[in-house]
Design a protein around this ligand. Structure first.
Ligand code: HEM
Length: 220
């Protein structure tokens, strides 16, 4: 099997898996926009269920592996493209359909990776690994993840950081979602057009959703 094809397939498959994770993650975080009386209990019990379920633990390891493989293989492809610069230049010139997002997937992906590292350091490392400031418990005895989120999103710089990062996320998802189907061999005239539209809708929902939640929590 051709090395480039193998790398692109890994990027596409892990990318689609990450897209599914983001749908679940956004749906769960949408709880935060509800009034505190209900949102705290729902969010904390959901978070506890995820942390304690053996099945979700396996999915979580697959998720971490997907992030690493996706970033690593994308980096390898970018390095390879840079080395073959003249060829890339010709490709870019002739590709009428290439969008700004498609030409800047490397830089968009790097920004998202930086976001993920900062995000995990603030939430995941604190909640799951117990690193940093300790996390309290709610009335039901669940870790008060709601409080962690609420206090972080009451820092305007933190909120701005999330809002700004939602922009590269949306552009990256717009190109990534549709092109992963193509890489995995899905070629169909009507189907491809539907996937392109779905990709746009998906990217807008993810960008607006992840950008809006911190703002709503800030004003709560
Ligand atoms: C409104 C914005 C967001 C909020 C409030 C939020 C909240 C959280 C919380 C509370 C956790 C820890 C869950 C736990 O261990 O119980 C978490 C984990 C995580 N988040 Fe986010 N998140 C947001 C956006 C994002 C975005 C945009 C991405 C990716 C681009 C992302 C990727 C992750 C990943 C990979 C994990 C680790 C998942 C796991 O270990 O199960 N999050 N997030």
């Amino acid at each position: 099997m051709n090395v480039l094809f193998y790398r692109k397939t890994i990027i596409a498959a892990t990318g689609l898996f990450l897209c599914i994770f983001l749908i679940v993650h956004l749906s769960a975080n949408a709880i935060l926009i509800f009034p505190e009386e209900v949102a705290r209990g729902w969010y904390n019990s959901y978070s506890t269920t995820l942390r304690e379920s053996p099945l979700i633990k396996i999915v979580a390891y697959l998720l971490y592996l997907s992030i690493v493989l996706h970033a690593l293989y994308a980096l390898l492809i970018t390095i390879r493209n840079r080395k073959a610069k003249p060829q890339k230049y010709v490709m870019d010139q002739s590709s009428e359909n290439s969008t700004w997002a498609s030409k800047n997937m490397g830089i968009l992906g790097t920004l998202i990776l930086i976001f993920i590292i900062i995000h995990l350091a603030n939430f995941w490392a604190r909640i799951k690994l117990g690193i940093g400031e300790s996390v309290g418990f709610d009335a039901a005895g669940n870790k008060d993840v709601y409080e962690v989120t609420y206090s972080l999103f009451h820092n305007i710089y933190f909120v701005l950081f999330y809002v700004i990062c939602a922009i590269p996320l949306a552009f990256h998802l717009y190109h990534g979602f549709k092109s992963s189907f193509k890489t995995l061999g899905f070629y169909h005239k009507k189907g491809t057009a539907i996937i392109a539209k779905t990709s746009l809708v998906y990217a807008i929902i993810m960008g607006v959703g992840f950008g809006l939640i911190p703002i709503i929590v800030y004003f709560k």
